[in-house]
Ligand binder design. Structure first.
Ligand code: NOJ
Length: 561
């Protein structure tokens, strides 16, 4: 355990700055708000926070369209507010990593404004400009957010490439000046003392330089609606736009930049490809295990096979990283709930996340059981991925507006981005009463889905989170132990061991995903264990592992004798 790095032991907590805490009462979260909540995070028991983008941005992709990489968006405060936040976090032993959006800037970034100004501007080649073909775009590539990936710029008559929104032009990373400018950005924040970066969309950094057209049938191309990156057909469609050669070398270069700094700065890739660990210790430190998360139902079979594949695929020395929620996906409570046992299922999934081998990432609001925000009309949607796909579906693909609206409301990422619910007062204590918050507050804040009501209630979701985080912290096997699957045949419960050599501790974790009792038989060398945790009544702490009757939705953690 002693030789694990801080980011291997840490539990990360993702803050979505716009929705976390509004310090100045304008309906938008900010740094003074976040700073005031650091004690809450310390008491929750997390070790590090990842901030979604906090930079100046026109906010067309909720901050993932950056117009200045070395400043703070005015709605979030000033650079001094950021520094105060960082210092206050460090005082509480909380590390801070930032979101670094490499693939694209906002079209309002000074670099792009210069680049688009003329064909011979020195920054012209900082973005990807091409002549059109046969009166249309250079080829049939698609934007991940719907529609063509090319936008005609009338000023110079050329098209620029955008993998995401047309207001997010792709940087040309083959240009060495771009790299140097971006490494300066990295150094700027490291000089201020941040602890690392989450790297946005690294798979899209390079495109095939010859721009070969997609060869899948035109018909399919027309109907491809860019569901999401997990969609196999869509991935095929994106062949020339994703995971092109060069990303590994780029990640190695970035790694060398962060390694110039002491304190083990961490790089976390927004990608599920374990190859981005490089040889294990020369590219990214962590890469999200998205295949675990990207399902609507986590069955024991899915988890078991995910773990078997994932752990076997990791290069030697690489460390796993698990998450079940973030700002792009449906909230855990809504996604994994069945409408009847939502609270129990949410706890089971959290217990899974905190006991599997790997660094866990939590998403703000999950700790109080926040559920998806429901919107009803197009004008309520702030997420332009949803509105842009709506436009592509209705304008280019001829879908009727009702169907397209139903689709947009279903996929809008606003659902998981609503303001954090702090108490039961108006606006849930996020903003003062009467202020219009940037997204509506989910009305269930009045039904105890808020921090204040749960804080001192031992039966609350929040208390459960705190207890599980403590359990993890106090048991080296749960942090550092090797993983060993047990009882591979069960479709109802998932059980495994974690064994940590230096402390000699072995923990058994058994999670019953069903609403019925399950007789679990563990054929282990020792049959004696001591109960460390159960969410069900178990009067006897001494367990006989030859047969354990798991109760409905039971979470059982025990230490082998
Ligand atoms: C991934 C981010 O998580 C998502 O929110 C964003 O829209 C895209 N990258 C584009 O930056």
């Amino acid at each position: 355990m002693a030789d694990l790095k801080w980011w291997q032991k840490a539990v990360f907590y993702q803050i979505y700055p716009r929705s976390f805490a509004d310090g100045n009462g304008d309906g938008i979260g900010d740094f003074p708000g976040m700073t005031a909540k650091l004690d809450y995070l310390r008491d929750l028991g997390v070790d590090a926070v990842w901030l979604s983008p906090h930079y100046p941005s026109p906010f067309l992709d909720c901050g993932y369209d950056i117009s200045d990489y070395v400043d703070v968006g005015p709605e979030y405060g000033t650079l001094d507010d950021f520094k105060r936040f960082l210092e206050a976090a460090h005082e509480r032993d909380i590390k801070v990593i930032l979101d670094f959006v490499l693939n694209h800037t906002s079209d309002l970034h000074a670099w792009f404004k210069e680049s688009r100004s003329s064909l011979d501007n020195p920054k012209r080649d900082w973005f990807i400009w091409r002549d059109g073909k046969d009166g249309g775009p250079p080829n049939n590539w698609q934007s991940l957010f719907g529609g063509s990936a090319w936008e005609l710029d009338p000023r110079t008559g050329q098209y620029y490439y955008h993998c995401f929104l047309k207001s997010q032009p792709d940087l040309n990373w083959r240009n060495p000046e771009v790299k140097e400018a971006m490494w300066d950005v990295v150094r700027f924040w490291l000089d201020l003392g941040v602890d690392g970066f989450r790297l946005d969309a690294i798979g899209t950094i390079y495109e095939h330089p010859d721009l070969p057209p997609h060869t899948i049938p035109a018909e399919k191309l027309q109907h491809a609606t860019a569901h999401d990156l997990a969609d196999a057909e869509f991935r095929q469609l994106m062949t020339y736009q994703l995971h092109q050669p060069g990303v590994h070398e780029l990640m190695q270069e970035l790694r060398r930049v962060v390694d110039e700094y002491p304190g083990e700065k961490v790089l976390v890739g927004e990608d599920d490809n374990v190859a981005y660990h490089g040889s294990g210790d020369d590219e990214l430190h962590l890469v999200f295990n998205f295949p675990l998360m990207l399902t609507d139902k986590l069955t024991p079979e899915h988890i078991r096979s995910n773990q078997a594949i994932r752990l076997a695929d990791l290069p030697p020395g690489a460390w796993p990283c698990n998450t079940l929620g973030n700002h792009d996906v449906s909230r855990m409570w809504s996604r994994f709930g069945d409408g009847k046992h939502d609270a129990e299922l949410a706890r089971l999934h959290l217990a899974l996340l905190l006991t599997l081998k790997g660094t866990p990432f939590l998403y703000n609001g999950e700790e109080i059981g926040m559920s998806n925000l429901k919107l009803t009309s197009l004008d309520q949607i702030r997420d332009t991925m949803a509105t842009s796909r709506y436009a592509a579906l209705t304008e280019e693909k001829g879908l009727n507006p009702e169907e397209a609206l139903e689709y947009a409301l279903r996929i809008t990422r606003d659902r998981c981005r609503s303001p954090l619910q702090w108490d039961s007062s108006a606006n849930s204590g996020f903003s003062p009463a009467g202020v219009e918050t940037w997204l509506p507050v989910n009305a269930n804040y009045r039904e105890r889905v808020n921090v204040a009501d749960q804080l001192n209630d031992p039966a609350s979701t929040l208390s459960f989170y705190r207890e599980m985080l403590k359990l993890r912290r106090n048991n080296p096997a749960l942090i550092a132990g090797e993983y060993l699957a047990l009882n591979p045949q069960s479709e109802e419960y998932f059980a495994f061991l974690r064994h940590e050599a230096s402390s000699g501790q072995t923990c058994l974790v058994a999670l019953n995903f069903s609403d019925t009792n399950q007789a679990a038989i563990f054929d282990l060398e020792t049959s004696r264990a001591r109960l460390l945790f159960s969410n069900r009544s178990r009067p006897d702490a001494a367990l006989d592992l030859r047969q354990i009757d798991l109760q409905p939705f039971e979470i059982l953690v025990a230490e082998l004798n």
